[in-house]
Design a protein around this ligand. Sequence first.
Ligand code: NDP
Length: 324
Amino acid sequence: ARKYVFRKQFDGFPKESDLELVEEELPPVKDGEFLAEAIYLSVDPYMRAYAPRLSLGTTFIGSQVAKVVESKNPKYPVGKHVVGEFGWRTHTISDGKDGIFPVLNPEGLPLSLSLGVLGMPGNTAYFGLLEICQPKAGETVVVSGAAGAVGSIVGQIAKIKGCTVIGIAGTDEKGKWLVEELQFDRFINYKDKDFEKELKEATPKGVDCYFDNVGGEISNAVMERMNQYGRISVCGAISGYNSGGDVKVGMVQLFVVSKQLKMEGFVVRRWTDRWFEGIEQNKKWIKEGKMRYRETMTEGFDNMFKAFVDMLKGGNVGKAVVKA
Ligand code: NDP
């Protein structure tokens, strides 16, 4: 068995030497336990955001789709697939109690989707948009981080709800996918020097709902375009995760007051008791051809770190996943 141990607190972008890939010998499986082998592992922005709260010397955090390969727990027979918060490790002994979800029968869809559209990121999009923004048909919805795991689903749900959708992301290739395949109405590249002008042109009726994955200057620009009584779902702030606390102060509060906005942050675990509602609905939309997904798959457990940093730098389209 192998695992990545958190050795050094990240300073700016994570460095490979901050984690150590080690071999470990696992003890025998005891009564009530099972041994699971990783098939797909997730790399997510929250790993960077939560790192300051992790203890050095522990296994680095993360979810994986794993297969039970040995079992002394009748609830988890050999061959069963689970989504577990086991961290960056190839093999895990678990008692099945904490942080484990069954993999919903994917019905011909890839198992890895349990880490993306049919898992935590899909639910983040589903609940974070519908519960917090409550978009109505005809409204204008802007989503930042639009070509990522969460953002690409947010925009498609907003389209299903009859909204005009504008996606913001960092490469034109991502934009082409959003507009041509996912039916977003418009794409804006935040790296363009005329970003703010383009945003203004793209939102002639202002913005009613903003799903914010990035924070920082991109969000300041969107806030300025908000309509009265607009709603903002604050999902993440990846623009600041690698900046070592050097976050630029924006004019957000000014707009929240003058436009009487409703701005609410959330953690997707809030909807744990409705977890399968989100997954089932996203699956239904996929089956009906109303929702598409992409994955950026990296081969090999040895490449976990590379996949993680590539994702933080925007190398992924859709969900970033590692195949063990
Ligand atoms: P993504 O698949 O969107 O991957 C991260 C993306 O962030 C990159 O592809 C990159 O795309 C973009 N990015 C990187 N740096 C910057 C920057 N400086 N400014 C703008 N964009 C940047 O990740 P997820 O979909 O998994 O997560 C998206 C957000 O949602 C994150 O902020 C995450 O923390 C948050 N989240 C929150 C949850 C919650 O419960 N509140 C749950 C899950 C996720 P690009 O090419 O566009 O730059």
